[in-house]
Design a protein around this ligand. Structure first.
Ligand code: HEC
Ligand code: HEC
Length: 338
């Protein structure tokens, strides 16, 4: 008979043991976020569809975003930082390609669903990959590479080994002073019209968001649509940089040491890159001398890195493989106009 099981040390360890947090669900369908056929992504009760003003480019993937709030719970508004969420909230981001972007009704293929789950300790990232039958998505901490094909709006055919990031890479973007944070759930991203009503006001009316007394969307921060031809080039370029770069390039983000801060509120031109020598010269800078050279996009490191697909040079360094041609055009116009 082995008596050591009853040793005082074991008893102490058992006494100090706290139950582990619930393990993540293995299948997306286990959460019950959607009703009917899962791939229709039709939101269940307490699940709110939303869109952002200045989305992140991810190799031309389309995105469908949702927020789940536990019954009776609300988000809290903040004018600058990400809104606060109640424990139990989940933000859901689905990535897909239309088979043919000119004919969305011809169907789509969903590749991944990323979750940010708010628990007692903070935010937790989870990654689910869809099966080829499109009946469910399974938890996959290591991410994956998925060959995809699609036809874009101009009828050009594309093939790509799409990369779904692994769970460790999420924090490479979703980080504020080293703490995991949501990125797009800010006033400037969410203050927009949806189905004829302001998205924030609609949530407040549905009891999902606490707004300050007398809230007026016209006075609240709002990023413009960066590809709307009506948006002046300067405002469009700043919105593009805010949505695609500033989550890393800010004093609290993963690229804080670059000294290049690309948030829409940055007013210091050198911190934006104008006349700023790179922290590391050489290959990553293409031997160009400054982040931005006014009037000269072809001498600006910023464009060099946006145009590159080389993992050691390209910006963003993770989350895309293809250069974003339309984004590059916009930034070229902006730097040319300086
Ligand atoms: C290249 C940077 C980058 C990486 C890597 C990344 N994200 Fe994000 N993510 C963003 C940005 C920027 C937004 C907000 C803009 C948007 O929704 O288009 C966002 C939005 C989200 C959202 C919607 C809530 C929010 O934060 O606005 C979820 C959920 C999410 N990401 C989960 C994940 C998970 C899980 C991973 C890892 C598997 C991951 N992300 C990896 C940049 C990134
Ligand atoms: C996932 C985080 C991340 C994202 C997103 C990101 N960057 Fe960076 N960037 C970095 C890091 C880290 C460095 C510093 C190391 C280096 O130069 O590679 C950097 C450096 C740079 C530099 C050199 C800065 C200098 O002065 O040394 C430029 C230019 C740049 N990024 C442009 C961009 C642009 C433009 C975008 C958006 C289109 C972007 N980055 C998005 C992480 C990121």
């Amino acid at each position: 008979m082995q008596l050591y099981w009853f040793s005082p040390l074991v008893i102490l360890i058992l006494a100090l043991h706290r139950p582990e947090e619930a393990p993540p669900k293995m299948k997306l369908s286990d959460y019950g976020f959607f009703t009917g056929k899962l791939s229709d992504l039709a939101p269940a009760d307490n699940v709110y569809a939303y869109a952002v003003n200045a989305p992140l480019f991810t190799d031309y993937a389309e995105k469908a975003r949702f927020i789940y709030l536990p019954s009776g719970q609300k988000m809290q508004y903040d004018s600058v930082r990400a809104f606060s969420f109640p424990v139990g909230a989940v933000i859901i981001k689905n990535f897909y390609y239309y088979h043919n972007a000119a004919q969305p009704e011809a169907g789509r293929r969903i590749l991944e669903t990323r979750l940010l789950v708010r628990d007692e300790k903070g935010w937790k990232a989870l990654e689910y990959l869809w099966n080829p039958e499109q009946t469910d998505a399974l938890l996959e901490v290591t991410g994956g590479t998925i060959p995809v094909e699609w036809v874009d709006k101009s009828q050009k055919k594309h093939r790509l080994d799409y990369v779904a990031p692994n769970q460790n890479q999420c924090k490479g973007c979703h980080s504020y002073d080293g703490q995991f944070t949501p990125l797009g759930t800010t006033a400037r991203q969410l203050n927009r019209e949806a189905n004829g009503t302001n998205q924030l006001v609609a949530w407040a009316n549905a009891g999902a968001l606490e707004l300050p007394a007398g809230f007026d969307p016209a006075q609240a921060p709002r990023l413009p649509n960066y590809f709307d031809p009506e948006t002046p080039v300067h405002a469009a370029a700043r919105a593009y940089l805010d949505g695609n770069c500033a989550h890393c390039h800010n004093p609290h983000g993963p690229a804080s040491t670059s000294g290049m801060f690309l948030g829409v509120d940055e007013t210091n031109l050198e911190r934006l890159g104008v006349g700023k020598p790179p922290v590391a010269a050489g290959r990553g800078s293409g031997d160009r001398k400054f982040g931005i050279v006014p009037g000269k996009p072809d001498q600006s490191i910023l464009l060099y890195r946006m145009e590159s697909s080389d993992p050691g040079i390209r910006m963003p360094e993770i989350g895309r493989q293809m250069p974003h041609a339309e984004g590059i055009d916009l930034l070229k116009k902006w730097i040319t106009s300086m």
